[in-house]
Design a protein around this ligand. Structure first.
Ligand code: CA
Ligand code: CA
Ligand code: CA
Length: 507
């Protein structure tokens, strides 16, 4: 299988004007499938119905007949390999199909996707999913609803003819199709969200980008024309008052603003990024997970990152009837936006802040996300719709915390193409955590993974994490440490200089 890896994040697509706003470009590109290849993908074996495995729930759910479903681990993870050969953990997905089995929409929700438009000619796109402006007459050259935009029948475009929402890039098609591809049509992929309308706000074209003031106008347009959720897979390192005011305007109108955290494995508390760091209450900032419920290696992190959703090798549509998996927080973001739309259609009485609170309370927490996501949690759509509290982190055992001598370090700098697994047992320990004196690994290819005796990931570290910090608490008396480096970039490495232990108390 062929791969192109391009570890470029926040790549500028702006050529004609200096806007400093970027689409959040993927960091990995999978194989390109055309229609013929798509039709020949092996279907999941005998998976027309399965039992939901959540504790206390036995529920049959149906799977649609879209031929590429087995490659959509983010919708249905039954332990299949992803394109990189990494085996998934069954259930490490957003739980769409269990959610559909209890879904009862009362109305349609409009999602504005602020991106590069959508390829309306794609075989797995139905153009009737587009929102229609009820007060505009198409093609008469007149601004019938007097909103300042002529013939804006399905959205607006700031880079090309104002009414034309056809994608000339690829990013908007990939992102939007995660919401809107036709489910159960026997073609391509399964889209995630029924009973929505898509309002494209086109701010990126091929070689052109809207100005930040135009993007702010686009945000206001969406809120003024009935969009209740805005999906945003773009960002900037630079602050802009108009953008922030537009998001605040949406907040006052009860609209949710979902945005990607970015793909450069940066701590946004230290390296502010926008819109992430505006911190308007209606914002939901989304990080990315992989098919084992770990933080994707590129996902930006910090206190402003609210939640995570699948964003590693996520298959969706590309222009010209193609399909391709891409990795990025851009892909995680519409999955969250779509889930929120389903909840709002299911329970229309909720306010936007109640929808946000429900998301955070019902998502599943994982230790391997704790360092990277404020809620430690990944979206679970079944829980979101049913209102069930999500999986919670294990409690740290009570007891006296004692420092113990321990040391483990890499070479400085470390070697390339290195792989080592160590296993240590600390007799009498109920829980252990490792103290890092310093940690600096390459962001994209290298990692240190810390697991317990059951091989559950307690922490997975990469990037430049600085000095003097602890790992998450590892349950039990066994710690397994895996150190992996690839064939590029040698940085300083890591040094563990002691541990802390909570011991089993004497009876
Ligand atoms: Ca108009
Ligand atoms: Ca008109
Ligand atoms: Ca389909």
């Amino acid at each position: 299988m062929r791969f192109l890896f391009s570890f470029v994040a926040w790549l500028s697509v702006s050529v004609t004007n200096c806007t400093e706003v970027h689409l959040i470009e993927p960091v990995e590109f999978g194989t390109v499938f055309d229609s013929t290849a798509a039709a020949s993908v092996v279907r999941p074996p005998q998976l027309q119905a399965r039992f939901h495995k959540s504790p206390g729930i036995r529920q049959v759910f149906e799977l649609p007949d879209d031929p590429m479903l087995s490659l959509q681990w983010y919708l249905y993870n039954y332990g299949q390999l992803n394109e990189k050969g990494v085996k998934g953990i069954p259930g490490a997905d957003i739980g769409l199909f269990p959610a559909l089995s209890i879904y009862s929409p009362k109305r349609e929700i409009i999602i504005a996707v602020i991106d590069s438009g959508i390829d309306l000619t794609h075989e797995d796109v139905d153009s009737t999913v587009l929102w229609t402006n009820p007060h505009e007459i198409s093609g008469n050259g007149i601004d019938d609803d007097n909103n300042g935009y002529i013939d804006d029948i399905h959205g607006i475009n700031f880079t090309h003819t104002v009414h034309d929402v056809q994608d000339r890039h690829y990013h908007g098609t990939h992102v939007t199709a995660l919401l809107s591809s036709i489910r159960g049509n026997g073609i391509g992929i399964s889209g995630a969200t029924p009973s929505i309308k898509i309002m494209p706000i086109v701010i990126f074209g091929l070689g052109s980008t809207a100005t930040r003031d135009q993007i702010a106008l686009g945000i206001r347009y969406a809120c003024d024309h009935g969009a209740q959720i805005l999906s945003n897979s773009w960002g900037s390192k630079y602050d802009n008052a108009n953008l922030k005011e537009a998001i605040e305007y949406c907040h006052k109108k009860g609209v949710l603003f979902v945005n990607a955290s970015g793909n450069s494995r940066e701590n946004v508390d230290v390296e502010p990024q926008f819109p992430t760091n505006y911190q308007v209450p209606n914002q939901i900032v989304v990080g990315a997970t992989d098919n084992r419920d770990r933080s994707a290696i590129f996902s930006n992190y910090g206190e402003q990152v609210d939640i995570a959703a699948p964003g590693d090798m996520v298959l969706s549509l590309m222009p010209k009837n193609n399909y391709r998996a891409l990795s990025g927080t851009s892909q995680a973001t519409p999955l969250v936006a779509g889930a929120l739309a389903m909840l709002w259609a299911h329970e229309p009485h909720l306010t936007h802040m109640e929808v946000k609170a429900r998301l955070l309370n019902t998502s599943d927490q994982f230790l391997a996300l704790s360092r990277w996501v404020r809620s430690s949690a990944r979206l679970n759509m079944y829980n979101l719709l049913s209102g069930r509290e999500g999986r919670r982190l294990p409690e740290v055992p009570k007891g006296e915390i004692k420092k113990r001598a321990f040391g483990l370090e890499s070479r400085h700098p470390y070697s390339m193409n290195h792989h080592n697994v160590w296993k240590f047992t600390f007799d009498g320990a109920k829980a252990i955590r490792l103290h890092f004196k310093r940690f600096e690994l390459d962001t994209y290819g290298d990692f240190l993974e810390i697991r317990d005796a059951q091989a559950q990931v307690a922490d997975r570290l990469n990037g430049d994490l600085g000095q003097n910090f602890y790992s998450q608490w590892i349950s039990g008396d066994v710690v397994e440490i895996e150190f992996f480096t690839d064939k590029s970039l040698q940085l300083w490495g890591f040094e563990i200089d002691h541990i802390e232990v909570i011991s089993a108390s004497n009876p």
